[in-house]
Write a protein that binds this ligand. Structure first.
Ligand code: DGL
Length: 262
């Protein structure tokens, strides 16, 4: 248990199993450019999405407690998989810390849908968790929701492979079988996937299919929680972003800054 001392001048902590959470961080930086952020990618232990829930919980707690030791005023679990496995026990252990998790954006997808199919791409672990089944149950009357387990897809982002024929082959094998004439929305239910949007759009070649993810909603919720606790930084001076990774290879950090800049 880490003793918390929350103050406005501390950075906001972000964690993910690797580089995916940067898709959430870039939204948060746009919304709160004067804040400082520290991002930790646990690429040495990636993927989380094919591991048992207890293992993911232990990995998540160890990253979060390292960030808390260093001093953060709020936490974003910028990983759908880690959120479903660990966000509840994290909130129980640290009730005073603003903690924001991310879940597949099924709610906005169902609400904005006009009767077509909603495909949810996510890791096997996210899709098999009870939290996800509850989410589907809640909105199943509003849309036909089809979960698609995307084992192996996050690895493309971890390797910086955002374009190319191999990705198209992956989509052929794992996504194409679920695409129908009436597919209206694809929910990107893993924070790595938004980095694949340009290739996915080219693959789909269909402007009628909307791609959505939870990064904006998550960043708005972060801002709301910090504001409520009077933890937003004063002033307008541009903040700093520190990125660290559990892989000793400095290329991961370089790739991270590249993904963040877009
Ligand atoms: N970025 C993570 C997510 O949002 C998962 C990737 C993984 O570690 O499998 O679910």
């Amino acid at each position: 248990m880490v003793n918390l001392k929350l103050s406005k001048d501390l950075p906001i902590g972000f964690m993910d199993s690797g580089l995916g959470g940067l898709s959430v961080l870039r939204q948060a930086v746009r919304l709160m450019p004067n804040e400082d952020f520290i991002y930790y990618g646990d690429s040495a232990n990636a993927p989380y999405g094919t591991k048992p829930a207890e293992v993911i919980r232990t990995l998540t707690f160890s990253v979060v407690e390292m960030l808390l030791e260093r001093g953060i005023k709020g936490l974003v679990v910028a990983c759908n998989t880690a959120t479903s496995a660990a966000v509840r026990p994290l909130r129980e252990k640290y009730p005073d810390l603003p903690i924001v998790g991310i879940e597949p954006a099924v709610k906005p997808a169902a609400i904005q849908n006009h009767g077509g199919r909603v495909i949810v791409m996510a890791t096997p672990m996210t899709i098999r968790q009870p939290k996800f089944h509850h989410l589907i149950d809640k909105y199943k009357n509003m849309a036909e929701i089809i979960p698609v387990e995307c084992k192996g897809l996050m690895e493309y982002v971890e390797h910086g492979e955002l374009y190319g024929a191999d990705l198209n082959e992956y989509f052929d094998e794992h996504l194409a079988p679920y695409l129908t004439e009436d597919t209206e929305t694809i929910v990107l239910g893993c924070t790595h996937y938004p980095f694949l949007i340009p290739q996915l759009k080219e693959y789909l070649n269909n402007d009628n299919i909307r791609l959505i993810d939870g990064s904006y909603g998550t960043s708005m919720e972060l801002m709301r929680q910090l504001k409520e606790k009077d933890l937003l930084k004063d002033g307008t001076e541009k903040g700093h972003v520190i990125i660290e990774n559990s892989l000793p290879d400095s290329k991961m950090v370089e790739l991270s800054y590249r993904l963040l800049r877009g």
